[in-house]
Structures are given as structure tokens and as C-alpha cells.
Design a protein around this ligand. Structure first.
Ligand code: GMT
Length: 385
């Protein structure tokens, strides 16, 4: 198949899933065309089946806000038309699903039918999408997609609860490339960071408010009173200055390392003992899965789709959002020398269930289904009903 993938090319989860999916599909022999405003972070190598089309959106003094969605729709029209794509797969509803709808309608006037699959990732539904400023467009463009997928059962339920959706939504969980995300021998790195055998706690995210990073710092501060440990914070975003200030106020900055964005996050995870994700909302929790694949047990909140990943008392523990003391108790339990190896092994075993080779065929099945439907009922899918 010739597949167009539209996503945010950043370090965020939806962009990572879209890029890794495209890479896996290309490996499988499909031709994959990425359509984004800059090169996706993990698309940094050459493959004969991978193409990248940059969306340029020229500025003009009249535009206080450059009309990115129009440039994106125009680019989709051209790539579908000239590269003869079979399907468009857009990740994150806003504004990709509505731009795809526009592209589809334009192509229809040119006698070209292009089915659109929309994958909902989380905040496009739970935070941004349900805001009255976007809701009508999000509802419309989800209903007009030929296939819709959500990354967890919880997100699927939330979508039906928050929007008037009249079509089926397939649940396809996040996945992991276990050939890349695996525990690596990085003992020299560990010795440099934790020279006295300290335990290493870690958090990775895009440092947005929804991640509740202050809870990570509070958990760390309390665990540190009981056992010798250090905290690694990977990623960057709007909350970072506030977290640096909080860390200074708490007086534990010497034991907290802000590492910023890391390309090889699996190398950092490889030396860690415990991952902390206390998010307010989390549709799946890809970052926790990445940690588990590197044999790191996880302490998470019970928000959103996290219970579909983190098995209570097996791969780690879940606590109510904001229950720092509960998280501390769980952290201390996992970090006991007699418990840690068991949790590490369990985390890896659970991560194996989300191997890309098992999950990617679920997307291929959705593509095949919408393609068959388009051939069988062209007038139905053309009208988008
Ligand atoms: O975590 C983020 O804020 C980034 C966001 C995104 O859209 O890039 O991640 C969402 O999609 C990921 C991939 O499907 C999920 O694993 C994350 O749980 C989800 N984040 C939230 O729901 C907050």
C-alpha cells in the first residue's frame, strides 16, 4: 500500500507512534509518505520506502496566525495526487482530521477517492478537543473519517462520552520496537551519575502541566529521606522553569538532573530502577511502556488508559492522581533489593505484549477494511456517511 502519514513531528507521544508505525510499515514493504511541517524526530535515516514531504506555510503581514491547516490540506492533495496514495492516516485529530477532510473533498472534485483513517491520541479528545472552540470541528471530522482508532479502551469510551460520535472506533494500543527499547549495558554512565550505588528514579515527558511533574519531585524528596537515590528528568517543555525553581526550593537540586530532550532515551532508561508517571490524564502512557521495555518498573497514577498498561502489584503500582504518599510507599516497596528484580522482569514481560510486530498488523487490518469498503460502497464513503 501507499500510505500518507500526517502527524506532529515532535517528541510528543502521537508523533513518536506515527513515526514508529511508518517505519514498521515501510519495513513490511509498504511505501510510506510522511507529511509534516518538519522532519519527524525519529526519522533520521534513509530507507527506500520512506518519503518526507515538508508542509511550508508562507507568512504574510496580514496573517496574525499563519493558516497552517490550509497549507497542510493543500500538501495532502498534492501528495495523494502525484504519489498516488491509497490511504491517508492522520494522527491527533486537531487539526489533522479536518485538514484531511478538506483534502478529501478537493480530491473528490478531481475524481480521486482517498480514504482517511484518524487516530485519536489523548489530549486531542480529553483536553483540547472538547473545548468549545474546537468541539464542532473535531466531532465533524471524526464522524467523516473512514476509519477511527483510539490508543486505549478508556480513550474510546471518553470519545463517545464527550462527543456525538456515530461511528465505530477501533482500539489499537501504543506499541514498542523491542529491538531498540531494551536494557543496554551502560554501567559507566550509571557509575558517573550514581557513584555510590544510589537508586535511580526517572521521569520522561514533554513537561506539560497535565504530567504533574511536581508530584515526581515530591515523591522523590520523600523517597530520598529513606534511601539513597537520584532523580533523572528527561524532556523539556513549559513546566521546566517552574520545576527547576521547585527543586531549588526543596533543596535537593544536587540529586536531581534535568537532562533535557534525549534522542537515545533508551540509554538513560537502561540505568534506571523506577519510572514515575503521576499524570492527571494519560490516554495510554507510551513513556511508561518505553521504560518497561528497558526493564524499569513503573509508579503511575490510575488516570485514563494507564490501568490497561500497568498491572497493579506486578509491573509496578497505580495510585489516585495526586496521592503522593501512596506513590512513596509503593516506590519504597519496589526499590527493596529483594523486590526490584521481580518487578523488573515483570515490566519487561508485560512490555513484550505491546511489541510493534503484534500491533502494526492491527493498523494494516483497518487500512484494508476501509479500502475494501471504499471499493464496495464508493458512494457511501464519498458522501462520508
Ligand atoms: O503525552 C503527551 O502530552 C503527548 C501526547 C501526544 O499527543 O503527543 O501523548 C498522547 O499520545 C500518546 C501516544 O498515543 C499516549 O501514549 C499518551 O498517553 C497521550 N498523552 C496524554 O493523554 C496526556
Amino acid at each position: 500500500m501507499k500510505i500518507g502519514i500526517v502527524c506532529y513531528p515532535t517528541f510528543g507521544g502521537s508523533g513518536v507512534v506515527a513515526t514508529e508505525l511508518g517505519i514498521a510499515l515501510a519495513r513490511e514493504g509498504h511505501q510510506v509518505h510522511f507529511i509534516t511541517y518538519s522532519q519527524p524526530a525519529r526519522l533520521d535515516f534513509f530507507s527506500e520506502n520512506l518519503y518526507y514531504h515538508e508542509v511550508a506555510f508562507p507568512s504574510y503581514p496580514l496573517f496574525q496566525y499563519p493558516p497552517y491547516e490550509l497549507a497542510l490540506a493543500s500538501k495532502m492533495v498534492n501528495v495523494v495526487r502525484y504519489e498516488k496514495l491509497d490511504i491517508l492516516h492522520v494522527h491527533y485529530a486537531i487539526p489533522h482530521a479536518s485538514a484531511a477532510y478538506m483534502a478529501k473533498q478537493i480530491l473528490k472534485t478531481q475524481g480521486i477517492h482517498i480514504p482517511v483513517v484518524t487516530t485519536l491520541h489523548g489530549t486531542d479528545i480529553t483536553l483540547v478537543g472538547k473545548d468549545a472552540s474546537y468541539e464542532p470541528v473535531v466531532t465533524f471530522s471524526i464522524n467523516q473519517s473512514d476509519g477511527v482508532t483510539a490508543v486505549s479502551e478508556d480513550l474510546r469510551k471518553d470519545t463517545y462520552a464527550q462527543f456525538e460520535i456515530k461511528r465505530d472506533i477501533d482500539v489499537i494500543p501504543n506499541f514498542i520496537d523491542l529491538s531498540r527499547f531494551k536494557k543496554q549495558s551502560k554501567e559507566h554512565f550509571r557509575r558517573a551519575i550514581a557513584p555510590h550505588g544510589e537508586k535511580l528514579l526517572v521521569h520522561t515527558s514533554n513537561f506539560r502541566k497535565v504530567k504533574r511533574i511536581e508530584d515526581v519531585l515530591h515523591v522523590f524528596s520523600k523517597v530520598r529521606k529513606e534511601i539513597s537515590c537520584k532523580l533523572l528528568l528527561v524532556g523539556d517543555g513549559p513546566e521546566r522553569p517552574r520545576m527547576e525553581q521547585l527543586c531549588r526550593q526543596m533543596g535537593n537540586c544536587d540529586d536531581v538532573r534535568f537532562l533535557g530532550k534525549q534522542d537515545a532515551v533508551e540509554e538513560v532508561l537502561s540505568i534506571c530502577d523506577l519510572f514515575i508517571m503521576p499524570s492527571e490524564k494519560e490516554s495510554f502512557g507510551l513513556a511508561a511502556l518505553e521504560a518497561m521495555a528497558c526493564e524499569v518498573p513503573v509508579i503511575t497514577s490510575d488516570a485514563g488508559g494507564l490501568p490497561e498498561l500497568n498491572v497493579q502489584g506486578v509491573t509496578g503500582f497505580m495510585s489516585k492522581v495526586g496521592d503522593v504518599d501512596d506513590m512513596v510507599q509503593h516506590a519504597l516497596y519496589i526499590l527493596k533489593d529483594e523486590n526490584l528484580p521481580v518487578f523488573k522482569k515483570n515490566a519487561l514481560e508485560r512490555a513484550r505484549e505491546f511489541d510493534v510486530t503484534a500491533i502494526m498488523p492491527m493498523y494494516e487490518a483497518v487500512y484494508r477494511r476501509v479500502l475494501v469498503k471504499s471499493v464496495e460502497q464508493p458512494q457511501l464513503s464519498h458522501s462520508g456517511e
